[in-house]
Design a protein around this ligand. Sequence first.
Ligand SMILES: C[S@@+](CC[C@H](N)C(=O)[O-])C[C@H]1O[C@@H](n2cnc3c(N)ncnc32)[C@H](O)[C@@H]1O
Length: 166
Amino acid sequence: MLLDDALRGVPLVAAAGGAVVDVGSGGGTPGIPLAASLPDRQVTLLEAERRKCRFLERWTEELPNLHVVWGRAEEQPLEQYGVALAKALAEPVVAAEWCLPLVASGGRVVLWVGPSAEPERVARAAERVGGELAESPPGFLVLAKTAPTPAGFPRRPGIARKRPLA
Ligand SMILES: C[S@@+](CC[C@H](N)C(=O)[O-])C[C@H]1O[C@@H](n2cnc3c(N)ncnc32)[C@H](O)[C@@H]1O
């Protein structure tokens, strides 16, 4: 079930090029199943909690295209990836703000979302961070990175939740 949910993202990741980052990977989903399904793509699991990173690192022995980075999305080098993924990271407006600076222009952000997600709000937030809402299948919001990350982003840790962009 969890695996199926992660693998629903395969066509969306396959449609966009470049290295992939799973932001707030937690126990490793969706990044680990996607790394196993797409062995030609480099997949980084970015996770803020060190304890979780230690667990995730065990998987790098099995999957040579898998990497683990301990850190927060807001504190990473900008625009290093082609695709950023987030599942249950934060509310979609916040996840969009954290993920868009990580991808280069032309890249994609793929958010796994529930039925309560508000696409218009996410679209408004994305526009503030160089992105726009793209065609998205049910259960996802896909954002296209259409412009470089504007000055002032990423905002300091904690600000995105405290003062959402939309
Ligand atoms: C609810 S878990 C979801 C884990 C996994 N993606 C899933 O779907 O099961 C959210 C994870 O995001 C991590 N996290 C929260 N804020 C983060 C941030 N700003 N940067 C990186 N990781 C973050 C948390 O430590 C936690 O492991």
